[in-house]
Every structure is written in structure tokens, then in C-alpha cells.
Design a protein around this ligand. Structure first.
Ligand code: PEP
Ligand code: MG
Length: 816
């Protein structure tokens, strides 16, 4: 492959352009070296850097140099004079910087020659020019190659048609074959373009639903067409349901064999917390970058810089105090403590000294001063080390203020809004105020990530894995559908009215879970904190099937004391007198780190010290918690059960039951969320009173798919037959032992899957309160025998989509 050098005045511009281009080719891109900036933090170009970059990516195939403007060209020319390898073919490209770089990277990744890549880059404006109606796009002839021997016509299924990513996939796929391939869009009737040219392919302007004609000639023409058909048929991996395939029609010449059905799951935006909401977008601000150290202030500038530091820290402290005054509980304490840090005279003096003594810019001075304090805290360890994240938060806020940027983190607003974020840490999500935040949209995250779970607990519609969400303009109004994952930008008045009407039609639960033929299934609520109990009661939950205690302490730097725990648990127990409340001991670690127990340096936290395993290291935490639960249970009238998360062995179950007994707790259970626990559910249930299936983790561990990764959401699906088999194993063990086995993972909240769980033998279903109405209504429409038949069909299905379809055929038809 040829090498590529990117010369720019701005390192940030260069890195961003390279990142964008590499997104098109993933790990298969050419070697790229950047020569940007004229020194630490200084805008400009430097011929020596360019020469070094050329040497770094030199290849016998040659090097293409892409430049932004002005002196970039001169620096590149000068760099050629420094070259000590006169035979190295190096070409300076006149191509547009961003489009040219994308085109060059894609074409180079396909193994094209230096001439081909250069020509592709020069024509890179074609798509834009053709789209905007320029008469002679780039003035470059498009050669559609020799006469085609084989042709297929395929319909584009993916939502955005032939945009940059599918185009690069097509170019890369075709480059593997000895074939000349062309593509034409039958809707526009324009002449075919060569399929090895990303820029030409972009001019095809093919949208979802368009039929494209793909023609190929050459020794491997059929193989190339098959590859194209496969990519188009699976929607370039951009379809939610990859079992749908594009129809292939009107073949001429020999017809390629139908490609095998898709095996590469991928996902678009996913609705993970039901409901509709309308509101303006507010983006969660990303943290600031470390300010450069290159600039030294003159004597005259230093005085003003000092004043700016003082003013910025005062303004940050004031904003934090204001915000603290508007919230209550733990959030208020955190905000007040952070406000104090922002106004800390020691910190301000340390920053001021750096300005007056060394001429640092105010933002650099603050960054460095906080860095020094953080190192001292780190050396001290213990509680001081736990304050480092707060220090960094203060630093980021003051630096943002100095740079005139909005404060990082959750927006501080009193008007309703839709929160858009790249990702949300559990602690961020816990601080969201559901009275102003209408919905959550994130770029990352899966259906069982804690963003999703907390959104459901807060009753907020949420969509995750919305890859382009951060590109949505701040302030534009959107309708967010947390069920389908659809996000409508700038809706019409009609659309808003329809959405509002739909919200008013949500089904209510009458408080008793039953199938149509009277089979009893308790429908319970998952709660995350005493504050979320109100929603469970309002939804008429029959009790609590999962009280996630760790969510009460997400913002704690130190372990909660006995009294604090007793008070929190009592509030939940008191809300359900005479009713079942299943409380889970701390499930810290992996996706729910707790500062006081989770190690920050685990290589593989989901497989590490989390859940019950934290008691290996900190047995006293579990004992204090069990004592608090026993005390709270004795003081209230709830029917309390206690269970441990992430059990993997019979020995752990035995040990947990013994520890509970030592505290006078007798209704003891375990969560089945590892395949190990599912397949040994029999012997486990011999030692405890009940089990509860955590299908979120059970899916993660059965499918070996990180529950936080939106990209893996289709694997991380409780409809996967492998997961259903695990559930069946555990339920059968429960039936054999005559002990209850419920489900408290998110699977229980999917009405049709709830019926399958009942068919598999689950005795109770616990879910976010909002889901109770829908699940109850669905169960009332089916008999337990139909649930069992559908469960047999779903377990026997070949994949998650097929399991869903089989269940739908048996259950939906039963309902009419
Ligand atoms: C689960 O894993 O399904 C579960 C209920 O536990 P959590 O989601 O809190 O890990
Ligand atoms: Mg779990």
C-alpha cells in the first residue's frame, strides 16, 4: 500500500480529518503520518516535520502528500528537497484536504497505485459538485471500464443509502477481486460509474429503496457481484434486523449463488426505555483538552491573566452553589463540596503563582496547579485519593470558563430538554433531574447498560447506540421514541400533537398479574433507590423484585455507614407493607463502579471483582449491609428477601446463605446471571430459598458480548436461543425443587418475551414500573399453554430474530 502524509497548520484539524478518513476503512487503512503545527501549540507548518513524516510512511509503492493551504504547500515542497531517498516516489496532491484525504485513504486501502490514489483524491469534490448541480464535476472523465459480463440489480435497504461508509465498504470489498465493476442508480438513470472509485460512487446519489444496477466483467466478476449482493443485502451492517435481505432481481448473464444469510449483527439507534418525549436537544459537554504549554505571557499580560483566574473560579463556585440550592440529598452535598473546592484559595494561589512567576496562560496555570494537588492526593492515598475525580471536575469547569465554553458534564438547566451524550456514567445518570430532562439519547450503550436501566427507573424514554446523535444541532427540537429508537428532528406540529396523544394512551396495570386462563405471575417493580419507590407504587406493582442497593451509593466516596443504610432500606420496605421486597446486596464493579470498593485498574472488569466477589476483598462491607437489611426488615412489615448478585458456584451460594443466617435473615436467594449458575441451578437451589434471573448479565456472559456496547446489542439480546436455554435450565431446576425462580432482568419488561419467560417456568417478573401495564395486558391476552408452546418454539429457533418471529406467530395470533 502507498503511504499518506497529512500536512496541516492545525494538529487538531489534521487528527480530526485522519480520524474521519480512518472511520471508513477501520484497521485496514494505509500508513498515515501527520505533520501539523509549527511547534508545541503553535499553528503553522514545518518542512522538517513533513520530511520526517514522509520518511515514516515511505513505501516502495510511493507516498501521497495531502496539504491544507498556503504555506503547507511550500513546506511540503521544501521537504522534498531534504529527502535523502531520490528514488522514493512522492506526489504532492492538489486535492481538497478533507474530501481528498477520505478518497485517498479508501482507495489506498484497496491497494490502488499512487497514480490511481492521486487521481481519486483530485476528483474528490465530484460528489459534492454533482449534488449541488455544478456542470462539470471536477472536470474529470469517469471511465466505466470494459463491457459488463454479468449484471445484478439490488435494492438498497440501509437507512442512508450509499453514503460514505457503505461506499468505502463496497470499494474495499471489490478491490479483493480481479473484476471491473460499475454501479448505476436506476432511479436517476445516470450512466454507470466505476465501483472502485469512492468519489464516483458517492455521485450515484443512491438512497434507501433505490434499485442499483451492478455490472461486472473479468475473471472474478461473479465473486465480486456476490460480495456486492451480500453487502447490500445485509444493509451494509446498518439494519436493525439483518435477516431482511435485499431482493436481487432482473439478473442477466450468469446469476451468482444466493449468498448465505447474514451473520454480522449490527444495530442502529435502539429504544431502551419506552415512552415518547418532545424537547430541545442539549448536549452533554465533553471534557476539555489539556491546554498547551507553549505560550508564555509577557509581563503586561500577567496581571490581567491573574484577574481572569480569580473571576473564573468565583463564577464556577457561584454556579455550583446555585445548582446545589436547587437539589436535595446527596447531590446537594456533592455540589456544595465541589463549589468549595472551586473557590479554594490554596488552589487559586498556586495557579496565580504560575502566571506571575512562569508566564503560564490562565488555563494552563489552573490545569497544572490542580495536577500538583492531585499528585499530592494520590501519594496520600485513601480518602484523599478518592477526591481526585472531584478535583478534575473543578479543573475542567474553571478551564472551560476561561475558554468561554459551557461547563462540562450534565447541563445545568431549569427548562425541559432532551439530553444527548456520547455516553453516561452511572453517576451522571443518577444526577439527572427527571422533572426537566425529558429523554436521553446516547451514542454508546446497549439495552442493558446502566444508562438504560436508570432511564427506565426514572421513567425517561431513552435511545442508545444513536451513532450520529452528537451531530444533531444543539437546541433543535426532537421527538424521541424510547420504544422504537426513532428520533424525529424538527418535527411538524402534527407530529408533536400525535406524539402527545400517544403518551396519554399508556396502559395501566390493575395490580394483579395473570394470564388469560388465570395462571398467577407476580408482576413486581425494579427500584434503584428510595426515591424511585413512588413510581412503583403509582404503577401498582405487586412488590419489589429487585432493589438495586448499589444505586443508593453511586456518589459515595466512602462506604455508607450502618445508619445511613438502615434509613435507606427502611424507606423502601415501608412502602410495601405485607408485600414482597427482594433486596440485592451491593453489585459493584464493571458497569457500576463504586468509588469505595471498585479497583480502578482491573484489565477486564466485567470478568473481575464485581457483584458477590467484592465480599472476598471487603467482607466487612457485606456484613454491615446484611446487618442493615436485617435491622430495616425487623423495623418494617415488608416480606423481605435478600439475594446476592453474580453468583457462579454452589459454594458461594452456601456461604452467602450462612452469612445471611448469621444476621437472622432467612428468605435468602441468589441471582442467576452467569452461565455457571444457570447450569448448576439445581444444586444451588438446594441451598437457598429462591433465585432470580438477571437476564442482562446472563445475556452478556452467555453471548460473550459487553452489555455496554451498542454495537453488540443484537448479540446481547435475551431472545438469543442460547440465553433462553440458560433460562429454561434455571426455571426447570426451580420447578424440580419447588422453589420460586423469577426474572428481574430487562427481559421481563418486553411483553412478548415476558410470555415466553412464563412459558419457561418463571414464577414472577420484575421490571421498571412503566413496563408493568404493557406486560400485564399482554399476559392477560394469552393462556399459559400458549406461553409454553411459544417458549418451545423460541428455544428451538436458530437466532434471536427467528425466536421473536416464532413467538409472534404463536402468541399474536392467539390474541386475536
Ligand atoms: C441483570 O443482570 O439482569 C440484573 C438484573 O442486574 P443488573 O442489571 O443490575 O446487573
Ligand atoms: Mg446483573
Amino acid at each position: 500500500m502507498i503511504g499518506i502524509v497529512v500536512v496541516s497548520h492545525s494538529p487538531r484539524l489534521a487528527h480530526a480529518a485522519v480520524d474521519l478518513a480512518l472511520e471508513m476503512v477501520g484497521a485496514n487503512g494505509p500508513a498515515i503520518a501527520i505533520a501539523a503545527g509549527a511547534g508545541e501549540g503553535v499553528t503553522g507548518t514545518d518542512a522538517f516535520k513533513v520530511a520526517e513524516a514522509i520518511a515514516e510512511v515511505s513505501s516502495p509503492e510511493g507516498v501521497l502528500v495531502m496539504m491544507d493551504l498556503g504555506s503547507a504547500v511550500m513546506s511540503a515542497e521544501m521537504a522534498l528537497e531534504f529527502s535523502d531517498d531520490p528514488d522514493l516516489p512522492v506526489r504532492l496532491s492538489s486535492a481538497p484536504f478533507v474530501e481528498g484525504l477520505m478518497a485517498a485513504v479508501v482507495r489506498a486501502a484497496g491497494g490502488a497505485t499512487l497514480d490511481e490514489v492521486e487521481s481519486e483524491a483530485r476528483g474528490a469534490l465530484r460528489a459534492k459538485q454533482s449534488h449541488l448541480g455544478d456542470e462539470d464535476p471536477a472536470g474529470l472523465p469517469v471511465d466505466s471500464g470494459p463491457a459488463a459480463e454479468h449484471t445484478i440489480e439490488v435494492v438498497l435497504l440501509n437507512p442512508d443509502g450509499l453514503h460514505a461508509r457503505p461506499v468505502s465498504m463496497l470499494v474495499t470489498a471489490i478491490s479483493a477481486f480481479e473484476a471491473t465493476v460499475t454501479v448505476a442508480n436506476l432511479r436517476t438513470g445516470k450512466p454507470p460509474v466505476p465501483a472502485n472509485s469512492p468519489t464516483a460512487l458517492l455521485t450515484v446519489g443512491a438512497r434507501k429503496g433505490d434499485t442499483i444496477s451492478v455490472a461486472a466483467a473479468g475473471r472474478q466478476a461473479l465473486e465480486a457481484l456476490e460480495a456486492v449482493s451480500d453487502l447490500v443485502g445485509t444493509g451494509f451492517g446498518e439494519l436493525e434486523n439483518t435477516s431482511a435481505r435485499a431482493p436481487v432481481s432482473a439478473l442477466s448473464g450468469s446469476q451468482p449463488e444466493a449468498p448465505p444469510s447474514s451473520v454480522a449483527p449490527s444495530s442502529g439507534p435502539l429504544g431502551v426505555s419506552p415512552g415518547l418525549a418532545v424537547g430541545p436537544i442539549v448536549r452533554m459537554q465533553e471534557p476539555v483538552d489539556e491546554p498547551g504549554a507553549a505560550v508564555t505571557l509577557s509581563g503586561r499580560e500577567r496581571e490581567a491573566a491573574v484577574e481572569r483566574i480569580v473571576a473564573a473560579s468565583a463564577s464556577v463556585a457561584l454556579a455550583l452553589r446555585d445548582r446545589a440550592a436547587r437539589v436535595s440529598g446527596a447531590a446537594r452535598g456533592i455540589l456544595e463540596a465541589t463549589a468549595l473546592m472551586a473557590a479554594d484559595p490554596g488552589l487559586i494561589d498556586a495557579a496565580v503563582d504560575r502566571v506571575t512567576g512562569q508566564g503560564h496562560t490562565p488555563e494552563r496555570a489552573v490545569w497544572a496547579a490542580v495536577g500538583e494537588v492531585a499528585s499530592a492526593f494520590r501519594e496520600q492515598g485513601g480518602l484523599l485519593a478518592e477526591r481526585i475525580p472531584d478535583l478534575h471536575d473543578v479543573r475542567n469547569r474553571i478551564v472551560s470558563e476561561l475558554l468561554g465554553r459551557p461547563a462540562p458534564g450534565l447541563p445545568d438547566r431549569v427548562e425541559p430538554y432532551v439530553l444527548v451524550a456520547r455516553d453516561l456514567a452511572p453517576a451522571d445518570t443518577a444526577l439527572i433531574d427527571p422533572s426537566v430532562c425529558r429523554a436521553i439519547v446516547t451514542v454508546e450503550g446497549g439495552p442493558t447498560s446502566h444508562t438504560a436501566i436508570l432511564a427506565r427507573a426514572l421513567g425517561l424514554p431513552a435511545v442508545v447506540a444513536a451513532r450520529d446523535a452528537m451531530d444533531l444541532p444543539e437546541g433543535s427540537v426532537v421527538i424521541v421514541d424510547g420504544t422504537t429508537g426513532e428520533i424525529v428532528v424538527d418535527p411538524t406540529d402534527d407530529q408533536v400533537a400525535r406524539a402527545e396523544e400517544q403518551v396519554s394512551r399508556e396502559v395501566a396495570f390493575d395490580g394483579t398479574g395473570l394470564t388469560g386462563d388465570g395462571h398467577r405471575v407476580q408482576l413486581l417493580a425494579n427500584v434503584a433507590s428510595p426515591d424511585s419507590v413512588a413510581a412503583a407504587i403509582e404503577a401498582k406493582a405487586e412488590g419489589v423484585g429487585l432493589f438495586r442497593t448499589e444505586f443508593c451509593f453511586l456518589d459515595h466516596a466512602e462506604a455508607p455507614g450502618l445508619d445511613e443504610q438502615v434509613a435507606a432500606y427502611r424507606r423502601v420496605f415501608a412502602a410495601f407493607p405485607g408485600k414482597k421486597v427482594t433486596i440485592r446486596t451491593l453489585d459493584a464493579g464493571a458497569d457500576k463502579p463504586l468509588a469505595f470498593v471498585t479497583a480502578a485498574d482491573e484489565v477486564n472488569p466485567a470478568l473481575g471483582i464485581r457483584g458477590y466477589r467484592t465480599a472476598w476483598r471487603r467482607p466487612e462491607l457485606l456484613d454491615t449491609q446484611l446487618r442493615a437489611i436485617a435491622t430495616a426488615a425487623a423495623a418494617e412489615n415488608a416480606d423481605v428477601g435478600v439475594m446476592a448478585p453474580m453468583i457462579a458456584t454452589v459454594d458461594e451460594a452456601v456461604e452467602f446463605a450462612a452469612r445471611c443466617a448469621a444476621h437472622g435473615l432467612h428468605n435468602v436467594g441468589v441471582m442467576i446471571e452467569t452461565p455457571a449458575a444457570a447450569v448448576t441451578a439445581g444444586p444451588i437451589l438446594d441451598r437457598v430459598d429462591f433465585a432470580s434471573l438477571g437476564t442482562n448479565d446472563l445475556a452478556q456472559y452467555t453471548m460473550a458480548a459487553d452489555r455496554l456496547m451498542g454495537e453488540l446489542a443484537l448479540l446481547n439480546d435475551p431472545w438469543q436461543p442460547a440465553v433462553l436455554r440458560m433460562i429454561r435450565e434455571a426455571c426447570q431446576a426451580g420447578m424440580a425443587a419447588g422453589k420460586p425462580v423469577g426474572v428481574c432482568g430487562e427481559a421481563a419488561a418486553d411483553p412478548m418475551l415476558a410470555a415466553i419467560l412464563v412459558g419457561l417456568g418463571a414464577t414472577s417478573l420484575s421490571m421498571s414500573p412503566r413496563a408493568l401495564g404493557g406486560v400485564a395486558e399482554f399476559l392477560r391476552g394469552v393462556t399459559v399453554a400458549q406461553c409454553r408452546d411459544a417458549a418451545v418454539a423460541a428455544v428451538a429457533a436458530a437466532g434471536a430474530g427467528a425466536a421473536r418471529s416464532a413467538a409472534a406467530v404463536l402468541l399474536q395470533s392467539a390474541r386475536v
